[in-house]
Every structure is written in structure tokens, then in C-alpha cells.
Write a protein that binds this ligand. Structure first.
Ligand SMILES: [Zn+2]
Length: 101
């Protein structure tokens, strides 16, 4: 199976609600900050019950794809978000919220 990057218009707030951070061995829930989650078959956080539809990883920074392939194999059906794109989009959202009254 090949993996390609797809550009798609997204609601970054929705992604933030349903994302899990993964690394080489374990996952971490950004919602409740639970660390050391087993990645294989991970569909929701065992601690706060957050449903995981998206994953990203610092190890994918700079367009590295090893972690992408590993994650997609361990969690079939999850959507892998490019780490740099995610940081960029959430950074923009943070900046925008600073100017909201
Ligand atoms: Zn959680």
C-alpha cells in the first residue's frame, strides 16, 4: 500500500478534538495528557474516552514517513495529519484567538 499526502479543507478545531500524538512506541492523549498508550488498535483514549480519528507525530516533522506507515498499520482507518501542517494550523488559530474580543 502506498501513502500519499492529500490536501483537504479541514476544520482544525474538529481535528484538535480528535487527535492523538504518537511516537515510535506509544501514544499520548493531548486532551487528558495520558501518556504511554498502546498504539495498536487505539480508537479512543482509555482515560478520558476521547475518540481518536486523527494522529500526528513529532517524528513526522520535515516530511518523514516511517512513522506514518507504522501508525497507519497499527491503527487502520486513522487519518494521519502532517505534523508541520498541524503545528502551522494550530499556531495560526492561537494567533487569531489573541485578537478576538
Ligand atoms: Zn485522554
Amino acid at each position: 500500500m502506498e501513502h500519499v499526502r492529500i490536501w483537504h479543507e479541514v476544520d482544525i478545531a474538529e481535528i484538535k478534538e480528535h487527535i492523538v500524538m504518537v511516537d515510535d512506541k506509544y501514544a499520548h492523549c493531548p486532551n487528558c495528557k495520558k501518556i504511554g498508550l498502546e498504539i495498536k488498535g487505539l480508537k479512543k483514549c482509555p482515560s478520558c474516552e476521547r475518540e481518536f480519528k486523527y494522529a500526528t507525530s513529532k517524528e513526522a516533522a520535515g516530511g518523514k514517513t516511517d512513522i506514518v506507515a507504522r501508525t497507519l498499520k497499527k491503527i487502520p482507518g486513522i487519518i494521519f495529519i502532517d505534523y508541520d501542517d498541524y503545528q502551522h494550523a494550530t499556531g495560526k488559530q492561537k494567533a487569531a484567538s489573541l485578537f478576538k474580543v
